[in-house]
Design a protein around this ligand. Structure first.
Ligand SMILES: *Cc1c(COP(=O)(O)O)cnc(C)c1O
Length: 458
């Protein structure tokens, strides 16, 4: 090795010397040592690769170790501001939960509770019955039962595995969807042990295609919502109503994976979509259907299976359920969310509050922010389009207002990066950096303004 490198390496302060410093008196020594080890290893690597040619001062070394120590004490899951206008961003945690809803369940989560205890009879209860009654009211049906699992992907898996192992499931070729990379219907089927029976063509599937697909091996006629894409032009699909009727006629099970699932159609979506409303489908008396808890429903991550009592009962017998079951956090937040629906208190559910917000209100938000921009930041209010995202309603552009932001110090790509480092996620559209008002939560405007002031001073 080069003599000068060896010299430098020798000058690295010894661990003892670092740890003996009085600045660590009030810190956890074991963890300080970990941070110091990490820092010294980096320093050594930098010397060997000749990235640095001088050993930093002891003060500087201690300061760096302290920064590493403090960073390691912080949670890695941190809040962000979503100014993209995309409501359900899978990378940003899908639907944010309502503060009031989380407050409501605080006491139950920090106490013992009746998760599996039947208080009336003093015997063991069942966790899934907790949300059953509220679902019955919400879906206007006395004859349904529900089962909550970890997410909608597990719902699909559980249904197929329970009813179609080594049997055939009929699906239209127009519905063999891939959602978010890792969830592909044909793969999920294979893993669940079901045999995929494709019918129809990519653009058109007729009822007669389903009929000719039925064989003694058929267990399920399934419909999968084309969540994240749409077919246009020369297209035809068979409605769930017709499939339910067909399944009954042949004594088969019908199953509809609705994907997002709307329990209520908010203002901003009126007239923009043909997304099925869950109550309408339940009214058709389907065998089973499922949807996500954290897409348009606006609740916690969950897979919600709704259907006829006998089928839900069979699902509950599957050992797999033990692996897919949800805990008190999910169930309590889900129930509080559903209560908000029952009381038509949509403002409690952030995703719905965003979709209830009028253009006028969004414009006012933008005007308010514009008045408070720091020096050398410029903004212009423009009409923009938001999206539902999270694999829902791809063709629906939700009208919104945005501030097209620029500044003296950076070009918009750099500004986007600086904002991201401060936890503000924005999008650039047609060479404009947009702060979309639709997806801002309460107090986000003030937080953004504070961040802009901070950036202005850097
Ligand atoms: C989103 C989606 C899923 C997966 O749901 P998760 O809750 O993300 O597991 C499955 N099927 C369809 C049609 C979807 O849109």
């Amino acid at each position: 090795m080069d003599d000068s490198l060896t010299q430098l390496l020798r000058q690295i302060p010894a661990m003892n010397k670092i740890l003996d410093n009085s600045i660590w008196d009030t810190y956890n020594k074991k963890r300080v040592k970990k941070s110091a080890e990490f820092y010294l290893a980096t320093l050594k690597a930098d010397i060997l690769s000749q990235k640095i040619v001088r050993i930093p001062s002891l003060e500087s070394i201690l300061h760096n170790i302290l920064s590493h120590y403090q960073a390691s004490q912080q949670n890695s899951l941190i809040p962000l501001i979503n100014a993209t206008g995309i409501l359900l961003h899978t990378n940003l945690g899908r639907s944010p939960l309502g503060k009031d809803i989380v407050d409501d369940v605080n006491t139950v989560l920090t106490s013992y509770n009746n998760l599996e205890f039947n208080l009336q009879e003093g015997i063991r209860g069942e966790r899934y019955t907790l949300v059953k009654e509220v679902f019955k009211s919400l879906l206007n049906s006395e004859h349904i039962d529900v089962l909550i699992v970890n997410n909608n992907a597990s719902a699909v898996f559980l249904v197929l595995n329970t009813f179609a192992q080594n049997k055939e499931v009929i699906i239209s070729r127009g519905e063999l969807v891939e959602i978010g990379g890792s969830f592909r219907i044909p793969e999920v089927m294979r893993h669940a042990g079901a045999i995929l029976k494709e019918v129809g063509t990519t653009n058109k599937t007729h009822l007669k295609d389903y009929v000719s697909g039925i064989s003694p091996q058929t267990a399920i006629i399934a419909k999968i919502h084309q969540s994240n894409y749409c077919l246009q032009g020369f297209v035809q699909e068979v409605s769930i109503q017709e499939l339910i009727t067909l399944a009954k006629e042949y004594s088969l099970l019908d199953y509809y994976d609705i994907g997002s699932g709307l329990l209520y159609s908010p203002k901003a979506l009126k007239g923009l979509h043909s997304e099925p409303i869950i109550q309408d489908i339940v009214a058709l008396n389907p065998s089973l259907l499922s949807f996500s808890g954290d897409k348009l429903l606006g609740g916690p991550q969950a897979g919600i299976i709704v259907g006829q009592e006998q089928y839900i009962h069979t699902l509950k017998q599957n050992q797999l359920l033990r692996m897919l079951r949800v805990d008190k956090i999910t169930l309590s937040i889900l129930e509080a969310t559903l209560q908000a629906y029952l009381q038509e208190d949509y403002q409690k559910i952030p995703i719905l509050a965003m979709l209830e917000c009028s253009l006028e209100e969004l414009r006012k938000k933008a005007e308010g922010m514009l008045r408070n921009l720091p020096k050398h930041f410029w903004g212009k209010i423009i009409k923009s389009s938001g999206f539902v995202g999270g694999g829902s309603l791809p063709q629906v552009e939700i009208p919104s207002y945005a501030i097209a932001l620029s500044c003296a110090k950076w070009d918009i790509e750099q500004l986007k990066e600086e904002l991201r480092k401060q936890g503000v996620i924005v999008r650039i559209t047609q060479k404009q950096l947009l702060l979309d008002m639709r997806t801002l939560l309460k107090d986000d405007e003030e937080k953004i303004i504070k961040i802009l002031y901070y950036l202005a001073e850097q």
